[in-house]
Design a protein around this ligand. Sequence first.
Ligand SMILES: [Zn+2]
Length: 294
Amino acid sequence: MAITFDDLPFVSGGHDRPSINQRDALDTEKHILLTLRTEHIPATGFVNEDKVEALGQTGIDLLTEWNQNELELGNHGYHHFDSNNLSVSDIEQEIVRGETHIRPLAESVGRDLKFFRFPYNHTGDTEEQRIALADVLKKHGYSLAATTIDTEDYLFAQAYDCAYSHHYDEDMTKIRSAFLDYVRIEVPYYQHLNETVMGRDTPAVMLLHASRLNAVVLKEVLKIFRQNNYRFVTLSQAQSDPVYNLEPAVTTKYGPAWGYRWARERQIKVNGALEQEAPDWIKSYCIAHKANDD
Ligand SMILES: [Zn+2]
């Protein structure tokens, strides 16, 4: 499997409290990179250029760290844009402006930018848009980054950030373990889904985010993958499997994981309702604790 992180340099970049952000961004990345390096895990980090700008020099320093050895950078757009709401030429602008820092960085270590991942995995909500977006990626030399395992870590990360901002240490612990419980369910779920649809074991692509939560749980998440017999490869290695040669020719305004897209394309019936949802208390955690905001 290939591990990918979205929303680099730091999920909460672009916030209106840059000093707190810079410290948290540095701290988050330090933990994520330490875990990846100690365990020799290759990973691709998908960058939003506006989050780099919001962090100033810190943002650039963080990307430089992410651009070495087994870690590489990918493009996630200038903003965290929603392709459902933009024209093809606006999306092309997002892609090109998204390269401002990552292209020179990649080139400085003799690399090319290989992958683009659409925010929300919104790859085209009409057939026309899907084909146009695929052409734009091709024109700019990108392969579309897939996602085959999505544990909705962003939901847990949002709850964790809210607990963190209130210094609710007990809740932070509870949210951490709720996320790991969910990962323990979702990893074999997607493994089974993909195998059912493709009829064989295929390399997985795991979606995570550069969040405070992942900084503290990554070690445990990697352990869960190992328990499910995964080993770790680069995104290029994973996506060199023929299953990724063609993007699923599926239009959707949502961002389903690739197993669901492959199922639709191959007209294989899968029951998405069998996928367990993230707990309600996680989804409503921030709203429930908003009354206590300062
Ligand atoms: Zn994203």
